[in-house]
Design a protein. Structure first.
Length: 288
């Protein structure tokens, strides 16, 4: 046991000294070949960043959370000191043609869509870690032209001219951590956490006793969201990313008026853990 530890320490020291000498001579290959069977070599694979101003390790040191070293590495993907500006967007739609209608439904005419636009700016304060700000605009529209439900002679009804429209504005502070997948600095997975504050309104209109009724809702919300994703560098300074929301907690306040008459307000809170097809975001980023 003691002999093994001493042997390993000697090997680390020898590789370090050899790498130092090889670096001065402009050749790191000899050191890596000497330490090829030891985990010390990858941590000494150096690259230059910031136009050659700094030299860092290609593989970022990670704390081993378990008892065993599984050989997983976080490769350098975005170096410290870079700024990011970009735009992400999402869009989803649902129409009558996309729905497999059961026989109990008749005369179904529905159209719905939702979209969002999210410009952002961020700063990489540490290798593969960034913080930044986002501005978010969301809009949703749903129109039900008609819907008939016929379960029996005594249980049937018909709806028509029902619509729902909402728009919200949000500001978010986000933190994003990347895990580089290779030395090529081309692909990485990431997880994004954002704290979002939202304000907006929605309108729900329908016919009641043959008369139009409109309910307007004012919305205020604070939420904490978790969104994993994939980032790909298409060019040296231009990246493409896709992410989707899977988990979030929120506190939500709303107040309603129907036909301009105050009806009430409520505060709710909750959490969700699900894949939302209307929360898939595609974006482009420029790294400076």
């Amino acid at each position: 046991m003691i002999i093994s530890i001493i042997t390993r320490l000697k090997r680390h020291a020898a590789a370090f000294l050899l790498l130092t000498a090889a670096s001065i001579a402009g050749n790191k290959t000899a050191a890596c070949e000497y330490a090829a069977t030891d985990s010390v070599c990858p941590h000494f694979e150096l690259v230059t960043i910031n136009n050659g101003a700094d030299t860092v390790s290609m593989i970022l040191r990670q704390h081993n959370l378990g008892r065993y070293d599984r050989g997983l590495h976080n490769f350098l993907f975005i170096p410290k000191g870079q700024w990011q500006v970009g735009l992400t967007a999402s869009y989803g739609s649902l129409d009558t043609d996309d729905i497999e209608v059961l026989s109990v439904l008749s005369d179904l005419d529905f159209h719905g869509k939702t979209y969002s636009i999210k410009p952002y700016v961020g700063y990489t304060f540490a290798h593969n870690q960034a913080i930044g700000l986002k501005a978010v605009y969301n809009r949703a529209e749903a129109d039900l032209g008609s819907l008939g439900l016929d379960l029996s002679d005594d249980l049937n009804f018909h709806l028509s001219d029902v619509s729902y429209h909402s728009q919200t504005y949000s500001t978010a502070l986000y933190y994003r951590a990347y895990v580089g997948l290779s030395r090529a600095k081309r692909f990485a997975v990431f997880n994004e956490v954002d704290l979002t504050f939202t304000s907006g309104s929605s309108t729900f209109s329908r016919l009641y006793n043959a008369e139009p009724r409109v309910t307007r809702t004012n919305i205020t919300e604070a939420s904490l969201n978790f969104s994993p994703g994939l980032c790909v560098f298409m060019m040296e300074n231009i990246s493409f990313n896709v992410s989707f929301g899977v988990f979030g907690v929120k506190i939500h306040k709303e107040s309603q008026k129907t036909n301009s008459v105050e009806e009430g307000s409520r505060i709710t809170s909750g959490a969700n853990f699900r894949f939302n097809i209307f929360n898939i975001n595609f974006g482009l980023g420029v790294h400076i």
